[in-house]
Design a protein around this ligand. Sequence first.
Ligand code: IPM
Ligand code: MG
Length: 373
Amino acid sequence: MSANKKLLILAGDGIGPEVMRQVRRLVDWMGRRRGQTFEVKEGLVGGAAIEASGVPLSEATLADAKAADAVLLGAVGGPKWDKIEFERRPEAGLLRLRKELALFANLRPAIVLDALVDASPLKADIVRGLDIMIVRELTGGVYFGEPRGITTLENGERQGVNTQVYTTSEIQRVARVAFELARKRSRKVCSVEKANVMESGLLWREEVTALHAAEFSDVELSHMYADNCGMQLIRNPRQFDVIVTDNLFGDMLSDEAAMLTGSLGMLPSASLGVADATGTRRALYEPVHGSAPDIAGRDIANPIAAMFSFAMCLRYSFDLAAEAEMIEKAAAQVLKGGLRTTDIMAPGMARCSTTVMGDSILRALDKLNVGAV
Ligand code: IPM
Ligand code: MG
């Protein structure tokens, strides 16, 4: 294969750089051992970019992101930048990337690996074998809706405003992604909103229902209010296959789903854009966990979510499903062998650092690769 697969790595803040270091080793391994070479560029985003250039995403980095086939992002944010106004915060860099690359579909799988059943705060019987996919709308809703802002009223009171807004096409395109994914899984989609109190939720329900009837009647569709979905995810998470929901509800429900698996440190995500004439989509891959400033720089963070995000990148951006599965299998084997980073530590297991987890996964990959050729 040619070397024209372009990656941009934006490690960001907090534990971002240390987990992305392990991802970089995976990228290099793919070139060395599988002949899948990537042209890798690195850049700054979030607080790291603020320190270097005063803004959380420079024009040059945005241009690099647009030129890349895929962006691999670590994490953004930290207490150091908490007091800055919204548009200049680290998070604004990530939100701008999502918006400018039109990454409207955010895929957040929550899978409970056998070796980690006991890491979940829920009973093993409830989460064993769990495999759900949350599809979160990522470029609309209250995150970007206008008007927004804080104003002072005539009576001297202050007023904060945000707007939840969705159009037909925004709802249809993300629902389409969910239905198509469901066809490759258990053919079940649950669409989540608050149609009982929000017009935008009612429109969401109507549009999803219409699209389903027109194009996806082979998929089972159900609807659920977001509050009930939050409850059902705890009560009986295995009832779900694909969940499709808006930006804000998706933000909350995906953190909840992530925790079902035992640790935010295990959960990858893919953010996909609009397909062009050749079917290619812009894409950004990032772990669901944040920058975790409390443990940053100590080499104790779990690199698996970031490594699994690279696996998603191989699968969705480069059609390298076999290589993606190798990474997932290697990590599962290492966990089965008893190695644990602090976030998933359990009695009788061996605690290890970020680097040692990376070392072990690479070793497991080497072994799998010998078996594969
Ligand atoms: C996420 C994060 C982001 C979000 C933050 C960092 C802006 O929580 O990706 O879930 O709210 O979307
Ligand atoms: Mg979030």
